[in-house]
Design a protein around this ligand. Structure first.
Ligand code: G4P
Length: 529
């Protein structure tokens, strides 16, 4: 297979959801189809799940949760699929957002009884920034669900995107009878075998075959379905692949991941509708995936997967060309040529050394501490530099101080290194030193990770004082005199390590106040550099 064919068959996507909507279950079913795992329950995901890759961080073992995300690659029907796992639950962190930067499309899992939930909202916002395709899997139809029209309406109103239901549910909960495939004009039945979770072939029946439909789903459900389809065909958006590809129209699938109902049709449609690896912007212009020249960017750094080593694991997304194991590449920010040490690809339950990989793939390499989030690795002869990964607004803040003033040096080093990996963000009040650092995190668990790592790796005990702030905004106006801004007394001015000016707020009300009282003030909720 040539380079172009290899790249064109790749599909790299992330699955996002609010905890408990069914992300792990859906991922697992997809991996089962791809033959990547043999039994359900092998994908790590939550407290109760088995920990297959449990030599990762010590804290992970202690808490019984997965702090880090991984990438799972499998083959299906000629496609080479990379699923990027986005950490959720308590381990929700900036990593979750950054993973979305490495994906070419996103699958959003929604619990049919709950509709859109807070974490989905946050992740959607980040996805929408990139105009990449978004697919919606409305899950748990085998349980009582909300009205499907209401669910679509919520997606359209809250997210401002069009919806195109690819299939349509027939009832829910104990009355769940199956789905109607809009393209084929057929129904696929859900029956009691599915409740037993057997992978049994659903019965298909044409929508016009009234007699058989009555037999399969009952007259009442049939009439209801026909009415709903009529309404849907009249009112819903038309299918438009271009709109899907730029994230303006989301194809919606109804199903039940647990009972494996609707997963395979979802996968098949998804693979056809989504895109192969996309071109990426660099400071030198657009880089197309099929380019002969290898290039990749770092989107995630994970510390101390093996405590015996101080090594970190750096994950990069290949954006163009082909990666070859023994070849020398160029690290743009470090201005150095290097060979990537032990390049690996991660599966659900093991890691493999890779000899070659293509645009769309993710590789993990051991890193002695040279890479930062957003760095570019490419061919020395064809240097490019990818646009940086945005820094996302943390939502929890605390002051961190070292207990023992003799440990100041280790404290500063530790905090700076951990911030460089992107696990936390650090700020300080203007005109103060590094004695008192304000740490901002996206998920509160990161505070514990920070304390744990400072103690274990840098031998520093810290005192943490949580702060009441919940919102941070980068000031977009160049050269503004922040001290002169008219702000509420509980709004704080801080700077990040690059010297950018930011404001932290205790409420949205205070943000609006700042905007109203300071004409022309620009506040941004992520930083591009
Ligand atoms: P997450 O990764 O999004 O957090 O969700 P996860 O897949 O772990 O699913 C959360 C719970 O919802 C699990 O139950 C799972 O079995 C259940 N679930 C997922 N998909 C479906 C579905 O289609 N129908 C039904 N009825 N349940 C579903 P749990 O009891 O919390 O865990 P477990 O003991 O089953 O592992």
């Amino acid at each position: 297979m040539d380079l172009k064919q290899q790249i064109n068959r790749r599909r790299t996507f992330a699955i996002i959801s609010h905890p408990d909507a069914g992300k792990t279950t859906l991922t697992e079913k997809l991996l089962l189809y791809g033959g990547a795992i043999q039994t359900a329950g092998s994908v790590k995901g939550k407290a109760t799940a088995k920990h297959a890759v449990s030599d990762w961080m010590e804290l992970e073992k202690q808490r019984g949760i997965s702090i880090t995300s991984s990438v799972m690659q499998f083959e299906y029907d000629g496609y080479c699929i990379n699923i990027l796992d986005t950490p959720g639950h308590q381990d929700f962190s900036e990593d979750t957002y950054r993973t979305l930067m490495a994906a070419d499309s996103v699958v959003m899992v929604i619990d049919a009884a709950k509709g859109i939930e807070p974490q989905t909202r946050k992740l959607f916002k980040v996805t929408a920034m990139r105009n990449i395709p978004i697919f919606t899997f409305i899950n748990k139809l085998d349980r009582d669900a909300r009205d499907p029209f209401e669910l679509l309406d919520q997606l359209e109103k809250e997210f401002g995107i069009g919806t195109y239901p690819v299939n349509w549910p027939i009832g829910s909960g104990v009355d769940f009878k199956g789905v109607f495939d809009r393209d084929r004009r057929q129904i696929m039945t859900f029956n009691d075998f599915h409740r037993g979770q057997d992978k049994l072939q659903a019965i298909e029946c044409d929508i016009t075959d009234t007699e058989k439909l009555d037999e399969l789903i009952g007259e009442y459900s049939r009439r209801d379905l026909v009415d709903q389809i009529e309404l849907l065909d009249g009112a819903s958006f038309d299918f438009d692949l271009d709109q899907v590809r730029c994230g303006k129209l989301t194809p919606v699938f109804f199903g039940s991941a647990l009972t494996n109902f609707g997963v395979e049709p979802f996968l098949e449609n998804f693979l056809k509708m989504t895109t192969a690896p996309l071109a990426r912007n660099t400071k030198e212009g657009e880089v197309i995936p099929e380019s002969e020249n290898f290039s990749a960017f770092v989107f995630k750094i994970q510390a101390n997967m093996n405590k015996a080593h101080r090594d970190r694991m750096t994950f990069m997304r290949i954006c163009s060309g082909k990666f070859e194991r023994d070849k020398e590449y160029y690290h743009v920010q470090g201005k150095k040529s290097l060979r990537l040490s032990q390049p690996q690809q991660l599966m659900a339950d093991n890691r493999q050394i890779v000899n070659e990989a293509y645009a769309g793939d993710i590789i993990g390499v051991f890193d002695p501490g040279i890479f930062s989030i957003g760095d570019t690795v490419c061919e020395a002869k064809h240097k490019v530099e990818f646009e940086g990964i945005p820094t996302f607004a943390p939502e929890h803040f605390a002051v961190i101080e070292h207990k023992d003033s003799l440990k100041r040096k280790q404290f500063v080093k530790g905090v700076e290194q951990i911030a460089q990996e992107g696990a936390i963000q650090i700020f300080h009040e203007p005109n103060t030193g590094m004695e008192r650092v304000i740490v901002g995190v996206v998920g509160v668990l990161q505070f514990e990770v920070l304390e744990h790592r400072l103690k274990n790796e840098y031998n520093v005990d810290v005192i943490r004082t949580n702060m009441p702030y919940q919102f941070i905004r980068w000031i977009g106006n160049e050269g503004i005199d922040v001290a002169k801004l008219n702000l509420t007394s509980d709004t704080k001015w801080v700077q990040d390590f690059k010297g950018n000016n930011l404001l932290i707020f205790t409420s949205e009300w205070n943000i609006n106040w700042a905007l109203e009282k300071n004409d022309g003030l620009i506040l941004e909720d992520f930083s591009k550099n």
